[in-house]
Design a protein around this ligand. Sequence first.
Ligand code: S3P
Length: 440
Amino acid sequence: MRRERQQGWIAARGRPLRGELTVPGDKSVSHRAIMLASLADGASRIEGFLEGEDARATEAIFRQLGVRIETPAPGVRVVHGVGLDGLQPSTQPLDCGNAGTAMRLLSGLLAGQGFDSVLVGDASLSQRPMRRVTEPLARMGARIETGADGRPPLMIHANKDLQAVEFNSKIASAQVKSALLLAGLYANGETVVREPQPTRDYSERMLAAFGWPVVFSPGIARLSGGHRLRATDVSVPADFSSAAFFLVAASLVPGSELCLRRVGMNPRRTGLLRVLRAMGADIVEAHADEQGGEPVADLRVRHAPLRGIAVPREHVADMIDEFPVLFVAAACAEGVTTVSGASELRVKESDRIATVAGGLRTLGVRVDETPDGAVIHGGRLRGGAVGSHGDHRVAMAFAVAAQCAADAVTIGDVANVATSFPGFDTLARSAGFGLEAVET
Ligand code: S3P
């Protein structure tokens, strides 16, 4: 049987990693900036917008819903907001591509509109659970049908009469929290969301920046319907999750010293920094500043030998997107690293416990999986062929692993790296990675 050729990489040890790098804009912030600017009164300018497929999918959806969005330069958007009730129905399904954030946040935002919408996604997104948003939204009166087993597509029916709820979430998920808050903009009364662990608070911070009264502290957020969003300019910081690949790679490769410029340092995102430091990493913050209401800093990372640790559970939500590369750091560290309390990894763009553990085993690492984590036995990596399972962060994590492997690592199916980190391969090569594009 003929198989379609896929974009892949051959990655191998390169040079020590050196220089100054700026990674692209934050994905979570880019999605939210387009959404809130679209619903605001007036024009908002977004700078540092992530030119990745996920954020562009959200942008294309709002164009489809009648919002005029200009691109005066790469990474810049001017969004002509239509006001809270100004979106127009689309006759076509709204395609979220690979973006779980787009689909889950839009399910809340569209639930209180006066028109129906259909949300669809790519093969990976179509396998991801949506009841975590549709069930609490139904309590607000939202009428959303899902595909089989609570998966996409989502058929959202018009409802101009949502009622606020108090929701105690069992899952630590910023997407669930944000879906309810966005529905809450359209609801009668006060919407309250409590979380089992605090998650990223970009929706809350950005709603406040757009002038919506919102009260929040780690683990709780509340807002009432009936206000307006005022256009404002947004400056998107560099994505900590993209910087993470370089933090780990430079820690692992002897002789490395990299400076990552103006990285977003929201504490709900920087759990990996705390864990890498506990493993012995040499990462120094400098030039702490604020950008668009978010803390940013330059991060200087030098090679340092890493030791395995038990990852404290309280850091898990603050590093939820960094586990693929943390597994790689653990595989190259001395001793054993234990991860637990991270069952959410099983429902990301791939089952990240299974996909990363499987690939690391191919490279000769002993990894024992558990339902909510893994035990990773640090050692030497050999070469081999691994799959990314269409998961951008898994692909990039294995490119990092290859910088420490004895022989070349072939990584299949890397096209989805463009969802979060367009230009990763070029930037990585310029820093010293051994990395070539191939067809696999
Ligand atoms: C995100 C929240 C997280 C994260 C995702 C982006 C967001 O998902 O994994 O990459 O922008 O709100 P969960 O809410 O499912 O944990």
